[in-house]
Design a protein around this ligand. Sequence first.
Ligand SMILES: NC(=O)c1ccc[n+]([C@@H]2O[C@H](COP(=O)([O-])OP(=O)(O)OC[C@H]3O[C@@H](n4cnc5c(N)ncnc54)[C@H](OP(=O)(O)O)[C@@H]3O)[C@@H](O)[C@H]2O)c1
Length: 325
Amino acid sequence: MKAWTWERYGPPDVLTLRDVDEPGIARDEVLVRVRAASVNPYDWRHLRADPHLVRLSIGLRRPKAGLVLGADLAGVVERVGEEVTGLRPGDEVFGEVPLGAFAEAVAVSPRTLAVKPAGLSFERAAAVSMAAHTALQGLRDEGRIAPGQRVLINGASGGIGTFAVQLAKVLGAEVTGVCSTRNLELVRSLGADDVVDYTGEDFTERDERYDLLMDIVGDRSLAGLRRVLTPRGTLVIVGGIASTSRLLGPAAQMLRGALASRFVGHRIASVAWKPNAGDLRFLAELMEEGRITPVIDRTYPFTELPEALRHLERRHARGKIAITF
Ligand SMILES: NC(=O)c1ccc[n+]([C@@H]2O[C@H](COP(=O)([O-])OP(=O)(O)OC[C@H]3O[C@@H](n4cnc5c(N)ncnc54)[C@H](OP(=O)(O)O)[C@@H]3O)[C@@H](O)[C@H]2O)c1
């Protein structure tokens, strides 16, 4: 089968499309024939070892031999291990793997898969897992969002942000989205009650106060973010689109947040998304009911994966970037 592998850390040019053996499956795994995937900052961070912290898990000097890049996927179950219940060959599924999705087939644990809604294309289904899990777990589990709360999403037009705006509305909040001028209409169309154009206004200087602030960008100081929180408000740190720390990446702001949370009145929490079948089923229901929908910026063929990553690395994707096989 064809798969995208990399033997040294670097830009998308270091990726090679190779013929590799199809993966075997463990007793508790299924083999998925991949029909679509999507790209996440997680992918280019692994590709470049940016931040350096990535090296601890996939190879200090170079990526361990045989690794295939890619997390988010949608496809068709081809084989199931003896211990697998609930999935059968022919089932159409979506979800994610730690690595290996940018290949024609991948072994996946059913714990991170769910049956794809029939009316949802493979392309859209592949855009869901990492971004929507992060948005949902950030709002619901870390943010403890409640109906009627005022919620601000900084980074509302990207992969996570487009899900976060829709999910915060589903969960009953009044939502403000921060994005640039060209994305104001998109963010409004996703349900945002108010939008802030960061090219003309600094939201941390606003007179408004928010019960929950989800920061996906990481371009503001903790003091600035806390300034627009209500006295008992919560800051949820998700990521660092604008992060510049080569050692820790977005984790730098999370560490600062963890430290500060001991000394300030606000709750400051960080998200570490945990893909799971229960949340995927919840997201599938919302998509079936038409209450949320994956926003696709562009779709690239499998053979043009490096180009898709270059587009994502510019950090101005509108929603998700999909890969079709
Ligand atoms: N904590 C976790 O569990 C977790 C999980 C997954 C990802 N992450 C992290 O979360 C971050 C975001 O991921 P993503 O998939 O949403 O990224 P993404 O899709 O690449 O984000 C691109 C978006 O960022 C917006 N943006 C860029 N600069 C901005 C600014 N200064 N203010 C507001 N918006 C800005 C862009 O909008 P404009 O074009 O309008 O500028 C664009 O729509 C990454 O750092 C990623 O590593 C964290």
